[in-house]
Write a protein that binds this ligand. Structure first.
Ligand code: AMP
Length: 210
């Protein structure tokens, strides 16, 4: 298993599924949202800068985010693979990531998109707001984050579809059901995935045709 991206609208469960995939595939998960949140919590310079954008549901500017990702990808624990969660979110970030990976003759192997419709996402996120108290989970901010996903991140998905590395998974259902679909899409047999099956993708029509 190599370099995977999990992408999906806010509330699609990508963080939860990323944790499970990373465990099953034995690769490190890198969530830009988590890195930002931990910086906000520790009141680092990066955190103070990022918080303004996060609270408004806006993207943190590329010069901040790209550098953070570049630094993280230069660490040794990701040499043999990683699971990116939440980056890239714009086509400019796609170009930047391509460049960073190309410097080491690397590229993304698989992009897994979790799908769900907006109304489902809004009701899930409002639920999470009550449970987890995230400061970017109020309704106006949620709608703005969804808007940005449609406006900017869907173009990222389209780019990867063109490259033929996109796999889509229905994110509606309980967490275990979705994990099962994800593992099927990634063709992870039990807990011992083989590189070949992931790279070749599933047979039949489960690979996205956009
Ligand atoms: P997430 O947990 O992935 O929903 O990310 C939470 C917030 O972190 C987002 O709403 C953005 O403000 C910020 N963020 C995370 N990833 C990125 C990214 N790739 N580009 C810009 N901002 C990001």
């Amino acid at each position: 298993m190599k370099r995977t991206l999990i992408i999906g609208p806010p509330g699609s469960g990508k963080g939860t599924q990323a944790g499970r995939i990373s465990e099953r595939l034995g690769v490190v998960a890198i969530s830009t949202g988590d890195i930002f949140r931990s910086n906000v919590k520790n009141e680092t310079t990066l955190g103070v800068e990022a918080k303004k954008y996060m609270d408004a549901g806006d993207f943190v500017p590329d010069n901040v985010t790209n550098k953070m990702v570049r630094d993280r990808l230069s660490e040794t624990d990701v040499e043999d693979g990683f699971l990116l969660d939440g980056y890239p979110r714009t086509t400019a970030q796609v170009d930047y990531l391509d460049q960073v990976l190309a410097e080491n003759d690397e590229k993304l192997d698989v992009v897994l998109q979790l799908t769900a419709d907006d109304e489902e996402l809004i009701s899930r996120l409002l639920g999470r707001a009550t449970e987890a108290g995230r400061s970017d989970d109020n309704e106006a901010v949620i709608r703005h984050r969804l808007h940005l996903y449609h406006q900017q991140t869907e173009a990222v998905v389209a780019k990867y579809a063109e490259r033929g590395i996109l796999t889509q998974v229905d994110g509606i259902g309980n967490i275990d059901q979705v994990t099962h679909r994800v593992m099927e899409a990634l063709k992870v047999p039990g807990a011992t995935p083989t590189l070949q099956t992931v790279l070749e993708g599933p047979p039949g029509n489960s690979r996205a045709q956009l």
